[in-house]
Design a protein around this ligand. Structure first.
Ligand code: ADP
Ligand code: MG
Length: 633
């Protein structure tokens, strides 16, 4: 029969090259990956046989066999009696990468071996990992229930091409033969393989068989526990076994941060084993990235990435759900509108939130590590899941004026505990960075009075803080919006100063409003400022600059905003302005102060060239040069 040559897809070639270089110290994983594929193939056949029972002869047990020939040429063979592949499937499944996020994976590669090997781990090398240890790989496969009933032989040395030919095979399923590289011959040792299987694949749901030790024994024995991990009692499972199962499930090289294994009994019955990874996957922010749990019904594998069982803001959670109540023929469509699914989802959501809250209480450092990786995602829950908001709010962490580092460390519970005696609000401010928020004019007086302000700087913050209402009966207050009334926290001195300011500056405020016209809705004496001359403030329920940008980015047209200009009448520039009698110069300086405030708010000023020219005219005047020789901006 003729042999056909095919080239690997470019991405596969790249992956092969990269993998062989950067995964040398993780060589063992090839076995886990191949066993995992064999187990997937068995799972698939069992699932298909629900609708087509003839696919699986009644007495046939799904298994995985591992053979070696240490004495001979040094090969390792992994065999299953699962779903198998036909010729076309072998060509496409073993010659391309069909995963979503592939492009972004390749973009993120840095050339730094350490970093890249992490990334490859998250991406999943799968079948191609065979080439870490093998100089030549042969795959024999026959698809179960395929009427053509012949098989396919696939072979490659993992460079640029692979060969495919049609061959006769007696049995269905797949056999993969690894011809080990000289420096990887150690894997042909039966004892070595057994220990790897026990370490990495002890708790996959199928028996893994190897020939009994001893000369020329043809008898096979099961070398793993072959009981799906989640079906075992918690008390019988070691931490190490949970960790290994996570790596089997997620193909992630790193250890999980924490996990939760639970059986729910009674009216509703299901078992869940949920993991929080220690590192964010590279495609956490991609919409099309697969997410969700591996779904089983009564121990029969149904589907990967069942996303209906957890809300979007917990999309980093990995794990298994085994339900006793869902029908075996359940489809993605059914899952979307099922009351049972809804109930499980709500149960699992609570479970994860409790797990995180326990971690936060028990181990602040570990929780900080979690927050660094997944905090931004978890935050989405404030808006996405109002029913659980009370559970989510205490999990948030913020940067704060009361901390010297910019890392988010402060919880709302901590904030409320150290509030000033008469303080009524939880103050926060959003800016482009924590550093910008920290030095913002909006919080000058709050800082002066030693009142803590939470400093927010992520894109999503503008959105979720809209949902902030109360925490432990304290209302939230955006320091850049509305009236900032310190109430009882004001000192007698503050009050006296404010009264006299108000009296003395009536005229100035009116002149500034006249000069600025429609740009602002009002000019008033500010309560926020201590050092800066001016700031712009929007109404309590109006979108501020950050919010406007967010809405505009989603394509919404915003009406022009008309903020209030707050002035610090103790500021030297403002005092100078008050003395200015020339109407034109007064107008210029007032406009300049307004534009500065807009810049500080993070807004685009209408015309930056006007602004720069205005500023330059002022500077020129300071140098005493005649106005006629003024350079353009
Ligand atoms: P993944 O398992 O994440 O899909 P892999 O690279 O491990 O990626 O495998 C690629 C594909 O090759 C699988 O999705 C499957 O379709 C096919 N495949 C690999 N091994 C087997 C096997 N033992 N039996 C049947 N199909 C297999
Ligand atoms: Mg795989």
């Amino acid at each position: 029969m003729t042999v056909e040559k095919h080239g690997f897809q470019t991405e596969v070639k790249q992956l092969l090259k990269l993998m062989i270089h950067s995964l040398y110290s993780n060589r063992d994983i090839f076995l886990r990956e191949l066993i995992s594929n064999a187990s997937d193939a068995n799972d698939r056949l069992r699932f298909e046989s629900i609708a087509r029972p003839e696919l699986l002869a009644e007495e046939a047990e799904l298994k995985i066999w591992i053979d070696t020939d240490a004495a001979g040429n040094g090969t390792v063979t992994v065999r299953d009696n699962g779903a198998g592949m036909n010729r076309e499937e072998a060509i496409s499944h073993l010659g391309t990468i069909a995963k979503s996020g592939t492009a972004s994976f390749f973009q993120q590669l840095s050339g730094d071996q350490q970093k890249d090997s992490q990334l490859i781990g998250q991406f999943g090398v799968g079948f191609y990992s065979a080439f870490i240890v093998a100089e030549r790989v042969e795959v024999f496969s026959r698809k179960a229930g395929d009427p053509a009933a012949s098989g396919v032989r696939w072979e490659s040395s993992g460079e640029g091409e692979f060969d495919v030919e049609t061959v006769d095979l007696d049995t269905c399923g797949t056999r993969i033969v690894l011809h080990l590289k000289p420096e990887a011959k150690e894997y042909a040792d039966g004892f070595r393989l057994r220990s790897l299987i026990r370490r990495y694949s002890d708790h996959i749901g199928f028996p893994i068989l190897m020939q009994k030790a001893g000369e020329a024994s043809l008898e096979y024995e099961t070398v793993n526990q072959a009981q799906a991990l989640w079906t075992m009692p918690r008390s019988e499972i070691k931490d190490e076994e949970y960790k290994q199962f996570y790596q089997h499930l997620s193909h992630d090289f790193s250890e999980p941060l924490l996990w939760s294994h639970n059986r729910v009994e009674g009216r509703r019955e299901y078992t869940s084993l949920l993991y929080v990874p220690s590192r964010a996957p590279f495609d956490l922010w991609q919409r099309e990235a697969p997410r969700g749990l591996k779904l089983y019904v009564k121990r029969v594998f149904i589907m990967d990435d069942a996303e209906q069982f957890l809300p979007l803001y917990l999309r980093f959670v990995k794990g298994v759900l085994d339900s006793s109540d869902l029908p075996l023929n359940v489809s993605r469509e059914i899952l979307q509108h099922d009351a049972e699914v809804e109930a499980i989802r709500s149960g699992l959501t609570k479970r994860v939130l409790e797990l995180l809250s326990k971690l936060a209480a028990d181990d602040a450092d570990k929780y900080a590590a979690f927050w660094k990786e997944f905090g931004t995602v978890l935050k989405e829950g404030v808006a996405e899941d109002p029913a659980n908001r009370d559970k989510i709010l205490p999990l948030l962490r913020f940067a704060s004026t009361h901390e010297s580092v910019d890392d988010p460390k402060v919880s709302l519970t901590q904030y409320v505990q150290r509030m000033k005696t008469d303080q009524e609000h939880i103050y926060f401010l959003i800016a482009d960075s924590v550093a910008a928020a920290r030095s913002s004019p909006y919080i000058e007086q709050l800082k002066e009075h030693g009142i803590e302000v939470l400093l927010l700087s992520e894109r999503i913050d503008a959105w979720i803080t809209e949902q902030f209402d109360k925490f432990e009966s304290k209302h939230f207050k955006n320091a850049a919006r509305g009236d900032l009334n310190l109430g009882k926290l004001e000192t007698e001195f503050d009050r006296l100063r404010k009264e006299s300011d108000l009296k003395e500056s009536k005229g100035l405020l009116k002149r500034v409003k006249d000069a600025l016209g429609d740009k602002v809705s009002e000019v008033r004496v500010g309560t926020r400022l201590k050092d800066s001359p001016t700031c712009l403030v929007v109404g309590e329920h109006e979108p501020d600059a950050a919010m406007r940008r967010l809405l505009e980015a989603t394509g919404q047209k915003m009406p022009p905003s008309k903020p209030v200009l707050e002035m610090n009448v103790s500021n030297a520039l403002v005092k100078y302005l008050d003395q200015e009698s020339d109407a034109e110069r007064f107008g210029e300086l007032a406009t300049l102060l307004y534009e500065q405030a807009a810049l500080v708010e993070g807004d685009r000023i209408g015309n930056p060239i006007d602004y720069v020219q205005r500023l330059n005219r002022l500077l020129i005047r300071l140098t005493g040069t005649p106005a006629t020789s003024m350079p353009a901006a």
